[in-house]
Write a new protein. Structure first.
Length: 396
């Protein structure tokens, strides 16, 4: 009997392309059973249409995948009871409470404030001796400021969150992840009590009112929502800014095209979202098949764990012409960077706008900005689900 492929696969040789094993499976065994580090098995799905089906078909459950003891990569195992680990109708109830803060209209109203933040951060960078660490001075600070301002987290507390959030997003240290979750839980429990005494015009105050006046949230749901929004609201965007910059400098012809035509920044962001390899593992949150399901010509048994490989799905040549080429003028089409279905990223519009404003500001204010070290010499955080740089020295 041929042994099952062991997943997760080793880190790929290039940060700009998926692991070669994923590419081979997409071509030959797009729905493939794999063995996981805990000895269990799961079905790894790599083609665009199949991955999208896993994300949108209600027969694939997030709630069951978040339960203890279910096979998976570890990603999202602590999400039970949160908006990330629920199915409708409970998921629908929680999502409706916060969706209004992330509508396209609300996000556009925030754009001038985010542009102001970008300019302020660049002003501060210009006062520092070069090279400047983009992670510490720009790509991390911007999304932290945005999500904290949206939630109503005081500016004096914002320095606390990155270390805790990094622990939560880690792969290899369950104790550190649990400690990070506990610190975030304690912080939001205390913040909620402060907001009850001193309400403000922010999202946490609105959620507290939904809890206290309309009884639409349990107390633990309220705390968990704040914690989830904070982590999800800055980790991905911060790391995308770094990867976008590295990717553009890996493809100087595309960078020159963007510098010559900054009006294509919205299209460029969509292409970079599709192309960039944000996740070290390259997958979305696992699901569990609640019934027997046919997927890509393979029968998935009821109760089986299913892992949607979203980054390689975004390189599926059967859906995206020249999928392994970066083309910033590519007609905007479907990609799965924000997922799909009921769990489509709640903050997708906010992330898009932040990325657009970050790129716009850096290109306009620092047109010669470039990394000060080869990619091979950059250090990424170990044991993270996301490809997270420790620092990114830049000059201009």
């Amino acid at each position: 009997m041929i042994p099952l492929p062991a997943f997760p696969f080793p880190a790929p040789p290039s940060i700009f392309h998926p692991a070669p094993q994923l590419t081979r499976l997409q071509l030959t065994r797009p729905v493939c059973e794999v063995s996981l580090p805990d000895g269990r098995t799961a079905w790894l799905v790599t083609r665009f249409d199949d991955v999208r089906k896993v994300l949108i078909d209600p027969r694939f459950s997030r709630a069951e995948a978040a339960e203890p003891g279910v096979a998976g990569t570890g990603l999202g195992k602590d999400s039970a009871g949160s908006i990330l680990g629920l199915d409708p109708p409970e998921h629908t109830r929680l999502r409706r409470l916060v969706a209004g803060a992330f509508t396209a209209r609300r996000v556009e109203a925030l754009r001038p404030r985010v542009a102001e933040m970008v300019d302020t951060l660049i002003d501060q960078m210009e006062m520092l001796p070069q090279p400047v660490d983009l992670v510490e001075n720009f790509s991390l600070r911007l999304p932290v400021q945005v999500i904290c301002e949206l939630l109503g987290v005081p500016a004096t507390d914002r320095h606390l969150f990155h270390e805790w959030s990094d622990s939560v997003m880690g792969i290899g240290d369950p104790a550190a992840a649990e400690a990070g979750m506990e610190r975030l839980w304690q912080y939001f429990a205390e913040l909620i009590e402060r907001k009850r005494k001193e309400p403000a015009d922010d999202l946490m105050t609105a959620l507290i009112e939904a809890r206290d006046n309309e009884d639409r949230l349990a107390e633990d749901e309220l705390v968990r929502m704040g914690r989830t929004l904070l982590v999800a609201g800055h980790e991905t965007t911060a790391n995308q800014i770094n990867l976008f910059l590295l990717t553009l400098h890996e493809y100087p012809g595309q960078l020159a095209r963007l510098q010559a035509k900054p009006e294509i920044i919205p299209e460029a962001v969509e292409e970079l979202l599709r192309f960039a390899q944000l996740g070290e593992i390259g997958t979305g949150l696992p699901r569990v098949a609640t019934t027997e399901v046919e997927l890509g010509g393979v029968t998935i048994p009821a109760g089986a764990a299913v892992i949607p490989a979203m980054t390689i799905a975004n390189r599926d040549p059967s859906v995206i012409p020249d999928a392994n080429q970066l083309d910033l003028t590519r007609p905007q089409g479907a990609h799965l960077a924000f997922g799909a279905g009921v769990h489509h990223c709640l903050g997708a519009q906010l992330a898009r706008m932040e990325l657009q404003e970050a790129l716009s500001g850096l290109l306009r204010r620092l047109p010669s900005l470039h990394p000060d070290a080869p990619v091979a010499e950059l250090t990424f955080q170990q044991g993270m689900f996301l490809r997270s740089l420790r620092e990114l020295p830049v000059r201009w």
